[in-house]
Design a protein around this ligand. Structure first.
Ligand SMILES: Cc1cc2nc3c(=O)[nH]c(=O)nc-3n(C[C@H](O)[C@H](O)[C@H](O)COP(=O)(O)OP(=O)(O)OC[C@H]3O[C@@H](n4cnc5c(N)ncnc54)[C@H](O)[C@@H]3O)c2cc1C
Length: 292
């Protein structure tokens, strides 16, 4: 019989050994980052014994680099550190906006970007923003490492694409092209400390004349997983983002959504609000891009 245990490996090799040896013995492990989702779940829905593997002491999960070609955000870095990084906020303002919305200052002292993605909640705030920023997951296991586009990482409610023995080491984002900016908006019925009823992350690239040459639109809390909506991006590309174009992108996002009705909102309400948020987020991203 397995009991609860806690391991805090100091190196990635040590973490891999712990995961591999538990797998060989058919013993369960679970990765701990900030614990803001996990500890709640341990007290409610998942009380089964296992070995908790804390990844906060690894070099690879603590690396933060806003470099010439790409941005790298280690999976154990708390939101408070990310939100305070001026270079990150300048390069990916919508992503930082999404991080900054998570919980309270206390929650952000622990909560990580990687944990928000791995937890795979349909309402996870950073997930649409990660997708809009062309995020790529860097995944390690004893067999080596692999990369996966963020839009393919979440595969269902609370389910991600990690295989047994794998750890999300961090997220890579290509440096946005000149004239690119992003924005993230969510709707909640309160002013804070609530989860998204609808979320929208949009990135646009404008040329010198103000024409949109590239776009990414991702929506959250309106389907079992956050969705990349190419039809909404298509509506934006080639235009000067006139009001009717923004409305068309919103309508495309609404058509792509597959919302449910729950205590936070009806499916019909969500379909309407996602159109509004996509329109507004695209407009904010465009304003930012004009300033870039
Ligand atoms: C009061 C409160 C308010 C909140 N408000 C919001 C909000 O406004 N918006 C929102 O989106 N969320 C919110 N959350 C949820 C939570 O804070 C976030 O999802 C947070 O980003 C999770 O990060 P973490 O590091 O704490 O993850 P953890 O709890 O450590 O992990 C979450 C899950 O991911 C797995 N995991 C974590 N990191 C890795 C990794 N690197 N590799 C493999 N698996 C991993 C864990 O095993 C676990 O299953 C709130 C939570 C609380 C308690």
């Amino acid at each position: 019989m397995q009991s609860f245990a806690y391991a805090a490996p100091a190196t990635l090799a040590e973490a891999m050994d712990i995961l591999a040896s538990h797998r060989r013995r058919k013993l369960r492990t679970q990765i701990l980052a900030g614990g803001t989702d996990m500890l709640v779940q341990m007290r409610t829905v998942d009380k089964a014994p296992r070995t908790i593997v804390d990844i906060k002491h690894l070099k690879e999960t603590n690396r933060l680099a806003v470099a010439a070609k790409e941005t790298y955000v280690g999976s154990a870095i708390p939101g408070v550190t990310l939100a305070a990084n001026a270079k990150l906020a300048e390069r990916h303002p919508g992503l930082v906006e999404a991080i900054d919305l998570i919980g309270s200052a206390q929650i952000q002292g622990r909560a990580t970007l990687g944990g928000n993605l791995c937890n795979a909640s349909p309402a996870g705030d950073t997930i649409p923003a990660i997708i809009a920023n062309r995020g790529v997951c860097v995944i390690a296991s004893a067999r080596g490492s692999r990369e996966l586009a963020a839009e393919k990482f979440v595969v269902g409610v609370g389910k991600n694409a990690l295989k047994p023995g794998e750890i999300l080491l961090g997220l890579k984002f290509p440096r946005p092209a000149k004239g690119t900016a992003d924005a993230y908006l969510r709707f909640i019925p309160r002013t804070e400390m609530d989860i998204a009823v609808v979320g929208a992350g949009v990135s646009v690239t404008l040329d010198k004349t103000g024409k949109c040459t590239a776009a990414r639109v991702a929506i959250g809390a309106v389907a079992p997983t956050a969705l990349l909506v190419p039809e909404a991006a298509k509506a934006l590309i080639g235009s000067a983002l006139e009001p009717e174009v923004l409305a068309a992108a919103g309508a495309a996002a609404s058509r792509a959504s597959k919302p449910i009705t729950d205590k936070r909102g009806t499916a019909d309400f969500r379909r309407r609000i996602v159109a509004v948020l996509v329109r507004r987020a695209a407009s904010i991203a465009a304003q930012r891009a004009r300033g870039n």
